[in-house]
Design a protein. Structure first.
Length: 497
């Protein structure tokens, strides 16, 4: 894995001082020249580090005064003081049947309607992607290789694209050969293939709670039951809770697989620490538990460097690693992939029987973009934009939602996870907001165990226009109307008041 640029390392160390409260909201930052001298770095490196912190919404420049820690961070920290309450009050118990598809399909129709402002859809805005560059490559390939599309193509996918994935795997803490990958129609096909490779109707699959509703849709469609494992809003899956289930001698269901998102989970934005990933990999090997790892958001981290995939600690092939380009390059091309470990051959067979192969043109275009396009520069720009959006969206929520609303602190990605104070009901909030052509994602979508009634997911992966702020503020106003006493919103943020 390549070392992080010096300015990112410097920014990360300064961010730690801000996150820990060593440098408090409203305080003046050390001057750029002094940072340069103290850390023995160039003035240019110090400027880049401060700009990165500014893009992440942590500091702000004031004319003729220097840089200051943003005052809004005081209110943000106050809103997250009880972040542990975002963790579901849930212990692993009996497996439950899944029934989320009808509400999910209603939610997914919102982005396609021009009349609906979709705040709940985790679909990045097209302005965030290098669409023009990829379109040029598509056109060039069609002109250069017209006969490539006149015949069936079976097999695991384009060798060119799979070789690029093998090279990129070094960034994930791995060294995967190109032959270990199968190209799929987006990440959902990859996840479906992985589940089908190890489970059959009636089996039990462990999932995080809250979890991505797409996981639950897969289980519902295949007739599988969900066993919910609680998660921490910052550190992800509770490995101890999973271990207790697996090692229970009597009355415990046989768990056919674990379906999880260790890096930047959807909807909380949590990332498992390396120690927890290593423990989970050991647990999977001990119990011969197939683990399906969704790493679709791994490249959208806000820290100094990319978190390693869980697969990096897997020495026996029990972890099936799934990913996609839909969240980082082009949703419309629908290209994903899976490295199936010991289940590779089974997955290749299932891929053939389900769709024969993945359309070759998008694969060739993505391979060429990875080879000669500014992919790493694009990712850096995308991460800076999303980090800034996250800070701005949190600030809008703090100003407009009921007092006591808890907000996640995502470590990447483009969604926030909220918990409203009692007696708010997110499903009812979804209904009244939908009547005003605003769509949010109620928490009940993210659990099959009847949890998350006061939670909702809010996306910030689009340009945060005044219309976005108005729509999100209106959702906050509707939430306040659910409270017994409606107090006027706080219009300003102050320190120590």
């Amino acid at each position: 894995m390549q070392a992080a640029p010096l300015y990112e390392t410097l920014a990360s160390s300064i961010r730690h001082l801000i996150d820990s409260g060593t440098i408090k909201p409203g305080e003046r930052m050390v001057s750029l020249r002094e940072v340069s001298q103290r850390r023995s770095v160039s003035l240019s490196t110090a400027v880049q580090a401060y700009r990165m912190l500014e893009a992440q919404g942590l500091i702000e420049a004031r004319p003729q005064s220097g840089y200051f820690v943003r005052r809004e961070l005081w209110a943000m920290r106050k809103s997250a003081t009880g972040a542990k309450s975002l963790r579901p009050n849930l212990k692993p118990s009996k497996p439950v049947s899944v029934d989320v598809n009808s509400l999910v399909m209603e939610l997914l129709t919102a982005p396609s309607s021009p009349d609906v402002f979709a705040l709940g859809s985790a679909s990045p805005g097209p302005e965030l992607f290098p669409g023009a560059a990829i379109n040029r490559i598509l056109g060039q390939i069609i002109r250069r290789r017209p006969h490539d599309f006149e015949r069936y193509r079976s097999g695991p996918g384009s060798d060119d694209l799979r070789r690029e994935l093998g090279r990129r795997s070094l960034d994930w803490g791995l060294s995967l050969g190109y032959e270990e990958f199968v190209i799929t129609n987006g990440s959902m096909e990859a996840l479906n293939l992985a589940v089908r490779a190890v489970a059959k109707a009636g089996d039990v699959v462990a999932v995080e709670t809250p979890t991505y509703f797409g996981f639950l849709q897969i289980l519902e469609s295949l007739g599988l039951k969900a066993l919910h494992i609680p998660c921490d809003p910052q550190t992800g899956l509770d490995v101890g809770a999973l271990e207790a289930v697996l090692e229970r001698k009597q009355g415990a269901p046989r768990v056919a697989a674990l379906l999880c998102c260790p890096n930047i989970s959807n909807p909380t934005g949590a990332t498992m620490p390396d120690e927890a990933k290593a423990r989970l990999a050991r647990l999977a090997a001990k119990h011969q538990l197939p683990v399906i790892e969704d790493d679709i958001y791994g490249d959208l981290y806000f820290g100094a460097r990319r978190p390693k995939a869980l697969r990096a600690w897997d020495t026996e092939g029990w972890v099936m690693l799934c990913g996609s380009f839909t969240k980082i390059l082009s949703p419309g091309l629908r290209v994903g992939w899976i490295a199936g470990g010991r289940f590779h051959e089974r997955i290749r067979l299932l891929k053939y029987t389900s769709s024969i192969s993945t359309t070759v043109l998008p694969q060739l275009a993505l391979a060429e973009y990875l080879q000669r396009g500014p992919f790493d520069k694009h990712l850096r720009t995308l991460r800076r934009t999303l980090a800034t959006n996250a800070a701005q969206a949190r600030a809008i929520i703090i100003r407009n939602f009921p007092e006591g609303t808890q907000i996640s602190q995502p470590q990447g990605g483009f969604v926030l996870w909220l918990e409203l104070p009692k007696p708010c009901d997110a499903l009812e909030l979804y209904k009244v907001a939908r009547a005003e052509n605003i769509s949010i994602a109620p928490g009940t979508l993210f659990s099959a165990a009847g949890e998350c009634r006061r939670n909702l997911r809010v996306a910030y992966g689009i340009r945060l226009t005044p219309a976005y702020e108005k729509a999100l503020a209106r959702v906050g106003e509707l939430a306040r109307q659910q409270m017994p006493r409606v107090a006027p919103p706080t219009r300003g943020l102050a320190v120590g008041r």
